[in-house]
Design a binder for this molecule. Structure first.
Ligand SMILES: Nc1ncnc2c1ncn2[C@@H]1O[C@H](COP(=O)(O)OP(=O)(O)O)[C@@H](O)[C@H]1O
Ligand SMILES: [Mg+2]
Length: 354
């Protein structure tokens, strides 16, 4: 017999939030014993994912002082037992208010501890963590150490923001002049630059999802895909075993003290994985992992809420090719949602013709 549980998915307009919704809905259709009833939140009534849960609620931005209280309100009202975060911006407020939210709502907040978020939010800190723990990494430097870095690492090099996302302001530079220009552009855009060794082969880039039990002791799953990107997002993905990539990601997750989901990005250079980014959350590619047999949001729920310790060691080898799609609602539905800040589904359409 299926039992229905309520969950909240935030930032349902992002590709990560949409991905979490896809995973949970896939779990509903896969004959499992849980039926997830989803309340999607977003700051915009135009967020596609807002209309793809069972309910949608428009909430303040993560930077708004009322954000946490709004999430507590939505969680209580829906009777949710878990909260999944769909955007980077929401991770710090949800993590620092985790105890309060869990106390007041009884729901589990599926967000990593503050120390993990801090090590991952800044690519320089990520590098320092990897180096201190002798884990595989792309050699990196901040501008004040550029001379010694240039003396050891040859051009081309990469210059990118320490706190970047979606490949924004990521530069491959051929000499010192180009490096200076790139660093200047990053500073002008309000960020701090990082100089990194160039990991040559773009055909050897991997994104790996790891889930760790909520006590931080055990890896429940790891699944890697080789991927190419478009607009900073995974575009073509080859899901395969990639044992050496997965093992390095598992080691990183445990050393880092991750609890819950982690996403590790690396490139293989001469057969060795070199890690250049860690995202302390579920990732936009989670729905592809779920189709292959590793449903990360479902596993996290079973562990954090039900106390199970699921373990998945095998998955399907698949090729995923991404494309754009549309969600339709009637104008009257949109106008009502805009006005009342709430949507009660199902009243949106995704056509199954493609
Ligand atoms: N050191 C590097 N060498 C080669 N390519 C890189 C390097 N760092 C980043 N890239 C490319 O740029 C993309 C974005 O960089 P990343 O560090 O993941 O930042 P973000 O995803 O936060 O923008 C990567 O997926 C990769 O394709
Ligand atoms: Mg990245």
């Amino acid at each position: 017999m299926k039992r229905t549980v309520n969950v909240v998915v935030t930032a349902a307009g992002t590709v990560v939030g949409q991905g979490i919704i896809k995973c949970l809905k896939l779990a509903n259709t896969n004959g499992g014993d849980i039926e997830y009833r989803i309340t999607a939140t977003d700051a915009s009534p135009l967020a596609a994912g807002l209309y793809r849960g069972d309910f949608g609620v428009v909430v303040p931005l993560a930077t708004d002082p009322g954000f946490v209280e709004a999430i507590i309100g939505v969680t209580k009202k829906s009777g949710a037992t878990a909260i999944y975060a769909g955007s980077d911006e929401e991770l710090p407020p949800l993590s620092s208010a985790k105890e309060k939210i869990e106390r007041e709502t009884g729901a589990k907040v599926m967000v990593n501890p503050a120390g993990v978020l801090e090590a991952c939010s800044d690519k320089w800190k990520t590098y320092v963590f990897l180096k201190e723990n002798d884990l595989p990494r792309a050699e990196s430097a901040v501008p004040e150490f550029k001379e010694s870095f240039y003396s050891v690492n040859r051009f081309p090099l990469v210059v990118k923001p320490r706190g970047g996302h979606g490949s924004v302001d990521m530069h491959v530079v051929r000499d010192r002049d180009e490096a200076e220009l790139a660093m200047g552009a990053i500073v002008r855009n309000g960020s701090r630059p990082l100089i990194q060794e160039y990991l040559g082969d773009e055909g050897m880039e991997f994104t790996t999802g790891v889930t760790v039990t909520s006590d931080g002791e055990e890896v429940m799953s790891s699944i890697a895909m080789r991927r190419t990107l478009k607009g900073g997002q995974t575009y073509k993905a080859f899901i395969d075993d990639f044992a050496e990539v997965r093992v390095s990601a598992e080691n990183v997750a445990l050393k880092l003290g991750a609890r819950g989901p982690l996403n590790i990005q690396s490139r293989l250079v001469d057969g060795e994985p070199k890690i250049f980014e860690i995202n302390p959350r579920l990732s936009a590619s989670s729905p592809m992992r779920a189709v292959a047999g590793v449903n990360e949001p479902d596993m996290l729920y079973r562990n954090a809420v039900l106390g199970e310790r699921p373990k998945v060691t095998e998955y399907q080898k698949l090729v995923a090719m991404r494309y754009w799609n549309e969600v339709y609602v009637r104008q009257s539905t949109f106008q009502k949602t805009e006005k009342e800040r709430e949507f009660v589904g199902p009243d949106s359409v995704v056509l199954p013709y493609f």
